[in-house]
Design a protein around this ligand. Structure first.
Ligand code: HEM
Ligand SMILES: N=C(Nc1cccc(CNC[C@@H]2CCCN2)c1)c1cccs1
Length: 344
């Protein structure tokens, strides 16, 4: 445990909770050093507030935090992850949530709790190419997929460096959205769907000098993540040509901007489908406006907003947002979330 970071954290806590100097002196004396659940909750909310690449930070104070630091059995951790998925999903009214497991001893090998498998086959890639390596590793552990474009991957949990254990997620826990378009009925023939809740499980959570190696967190999607990247990237689902053909956009020349038209219609379909399914999602214009409110709120609280401009601008029509036209400092503050080296 890092003493300087512990001191900085309790100072931050003291300031934002108007605690006294006596409280700080006493808190720093307490043994054994363990964050209270209240301190952990505050730390997770501030880590979200400090996430420079995140456009969704306006709601940082509403993060729900589950303290599961007492669990050290793979099966119990699996059950806690299912509880996280159910609580966060909330039948579509998604609740931003983080579950914190015991520091250092637990790793969740998944990038996200819910994600689709990717397979390298003789005639091209099936599913999500982002998942190729993880899928291969799951199969080496004994997992078998159906070989479709949307196979749900198992949860892979490792405790104390033991052999990792995999667990199938029962389908009833996974809310998915089928893609339709408000004007083009033929769009449904593409048979596209995506999962409702993005839950990042590969990042570390650094708080009060403690490094939590398993602390999955979720929000809701911004539509462009699915419509402008997951479905659109050539090396992901590469759907732009198929979308253009399906809705009758001719693809003769670049200058017809057929790719741009297909991209917009694909993003319209994603936002429309989530809304029709009653699943929380935000469009990139609204998200940018919310970020502006966050900047104003932080200004009023006399805190400097930091951010990573290259991640904050949306991949579709970035220059239509205020973020594009305003420089922002990428200073890293703690508590925060960090990449960890791959456990497999
Ligand atoms: C509530 C709705 C939320 C929305 C709409 C949102 C939106 C986004 C988007 C669009 C990104 C960029 C992702 C990418 O381009 O791959 C992002 C990044 C990020 N968000 Fe949020 N977010 C939300 C909630 C949260 C919550 C609850 C947390 C943590 C408690 C969080 C922490 C982060 C972090 C750490 C990153 C950077 C991830 C990385 O470095 O790869 N966000 N967010
Ligand atoms: N809406 C979300 N999207 C998001 C947030 C953080 C990280 C990611 C995944 N980013 C990695 C992908 C894959 C390559 C580039 N982007 C998605 C959230 C996920 C968890 C909380 S909010």
């Amino acid at each position: 445990m890092n003493k300087q970071e512990m001191y900085n954290f309790f100072n931050l806590y003291k300031k934002e909770y108007q605690k006294t100097d006596e409280w700080l002196a006493e808190r720093l004396q307490q043994k054994p050093y363990q964050l209270t659940t209240e301190e952990l909750t505050f730390g997770a909310r501030v880590a979200w507030r400090n996430s420079n690449k995140c456009i969704g930070r306006l709601f940082w104070q509403s993060l729900h935090v589950f303290d599961e630091r007492h669990l050290i059995e793979e099966e119990a951790i699996f059950e806690a992850l299912l509880r996280h998925i159910d609580f966060a999903t909330n039948d579509g009214k998604i609740r931003p949530t983080q579950t914190v497991f015991t520091p250092e001893r637990v790793r969740i090998w998944n990038h996200q709790l819910i994600r689709y498998a990717g397979y390298e086959t003789d005639n091209g890639i099936i599913g999500d190419s982002d998942s190729l390596q993880f899928t291969k590793m799951c199969m080496e552990l004994g997992w078998q997929g159906d070989g479709t474009n949307f196979d749900l991957l198992p949860l892979v949990i490792q405790v104390d460096g033991r052999e990792a254990k995999w667990f199938e997620i029962p389908k009833k826990h996974v809310l998915e959205v089928e893609m339709t378009h408000p004007e083009y009925d033929s769009f449904a023939e593409l048979q596209l769907k995506w999962y409702a809740v993005p839950i990042i499980s590969s990042m570390g959570f650094s708080c009060g000098g403690v490094e939590f190696t398993a602390a999955p967190f979720n929000g809701w999607y911004m539509g462009t993540e699915i419509g402008a990247r997951n479905f659109a990237d050539v090396e992901r689902y590469n759907m732009l040509p198929a979308v253009a053909d399906k809705i009758g956009i001719l693809r003769e020349s670049n200058s017809s901007l057929w790719k741009d038209r297909a991209l917009v219609e694909l993003n319209i379909a994603v936002l429309h489908s989530f809304k029709m399914a009653g699943v929380s999602i935000v469009d990139h214009h609204t998200a940018a406006q919310q970020f502006k409110l966050f900047e104003q709120q932080e200004e009023a609280a006399d805190r400097e907003v930091t951010g990573n401009w290259t991640w904050l601008i949306p991949p579709l029509s970035p220059a239509t947002t205020h973020i594009f036209h305003k420089p922002i400092s990428n200073e890293i503050k703690k508590p925060n979330y960090f990449y960890q080296k791959s456990p497999f």
